[in-house]
Design a binder for this molecule. Structure first.
Ligand code: TXA
Ligand code: MG
Length: 326
């Protein structure tokens, strides 16, 4: 059962309690309803992908109470500072480099070195973020492939019974998703048109590039051919999947009891729980990449992950990482 919360302080407190317990809460923003989880809790973030039924991990937007809170986790450039001044709180999402100290779960950014951040302008979203005191990772609150919801009823139609709660926040003023702008390159790139229009962006920061950004070009190539992928989506070391035995130069990405002979292993989930494994996947790949060379290990072998539930998304990412490098 999905409970419907209202806008009283008591209901907001209940939502905060759910988030703190690692549970999902759908809430209204001025654009569309988001499916929120504690962005710093990787298991909670994994539950988002599970509830949406997504067959792959894509990076999520992190929602913040204030500009200062957002820029404590990513590094703004001049354009970002100007855009924040002009459009936040509001329907604009900026992709910026994560700070080294950024505590947001790697899974929320799909393992990328960048993070999409936004300060929403909706009283329910603002109150929830302020009361929770931490960023909330939230994609649109619909099943994978469905339409973005703009009312609590839409959320229930798609995710009813799959999530603990939705806050009935009223209708969404903007009704379409936030504009996503990538500020990590030489030129600002519009990744997704949305609530803030191009003219307004260009009035604030000058020319914004349209069309396909380098990051999108790589993403679409990687969708057509799993061998081509964003370099930071894959570990640096060669990766072998579905390993049943270990070679002498391999570090192990384990799922359940270790394979014999493991000199260095990262355990995704001792009890073979797919949600836990998803939550630890990117952390594990980064950790093995960093630790293996000191042990003179030059490759990573990943144990077989079942093709059910979040196993599909885990295998999608591992298969990409294991494909021949072009
Ligand atoms: O209005 C909105 O943006 C809503 C509300 C809930 O805030 N959220 C939303 O999230 O639409 P979602 O997950 O459905 O869309 C996020 C978009 C995707 O197109 C994703 O690829 C892009 O943002 N994105 C997120 N992080 C990124 C990153 N690090 N680099 C490039 N694109 C990123
Ligand atoms: Mg969406």
């Amino acid at each position: 059962m999905t409970s419907i919360l209202n806008r009283t302080d008591r209901d907001i407190d209940q939502a905060v309690q759910l988030l703190a317990d690692g549970k999902l809460v759908a809430f209204g923003t001025e654009t569309v309803y988001g499916l929120g989880a504690d962005a710093q809790n990787p298991t909670a973030v994994a539950a988002i992908f599970e509830a949406k039924g997504r067959p792959h991990f894509n990076p999520l937007i992190c929602h913040y109470e204030s500009t200062d809170a957002a820029f404590a986790h990513v590094t703004p450039n001049d354009a970002a500072l100007r855009l924040a001044d002009t459009f936040w709180p509001g329907p604009l999402t900026m992709v910026l480099p994560r700070r080294v100290s950024c505590p947001v779960a790697l899974l929320a950014g799909a393992g990328l070195e960048t993070l999409a951040v936004r300060v929403p302008a909706h009283p329910v979203a603002s109150r929830l973020l302020a009361a929770f005191g931490r960023p909330i990772a939230a994609p649109s609150a619909n099943r994978s492939g469905g339409m973005s919801p703009t009312s609590a009823a839409h959320v229930l139609a798609g995710l009813g019974g799959r999530i603990p709660a939705v806050i009935d926040s009223g209708p969404c003023r903007v009704g379409l998703e936030s504009t996503v702008i990538d500020l990590t390159g030489q030129v600002p790139f519009l990744l997704r048109p949305g609530g803030v229009n191009l003219e307004a962006l260009e009035a604030a920061i000058g020319r914004v590039q349209l069309g396909i950004s380098p990051i999108q070009a790589e993403q679409s190539r990687s969708l057509r051919s799993p061998g081509m992928l964003l370099s930071h989506y894959a570990p640096k070391l060669p990766l072998r999947i579905n390993a049943e035995t270990l070679d002498a130069d391999e570090a192990l990405l384990a799922f359940g009891p270790l394979l014999p002979g493991a000199q260095l292993a990262f355990q995704l989930s001792e009890r073979q729980n797919l949600n836990e494994a998803a939550a630890r996947l990117f952390e594990g790949l980064h950790w093995l990449d960093a630790q293996a060379p000191a042990r003179s290990l030059g490759r990573i072998a990943a144990m077989r992950i079942p093709e059910t539930g979040l196993g599909l998304a885990i295998n999608d990412r591992l298969t990409r990482g294991a494909a021949p490098r072009g």
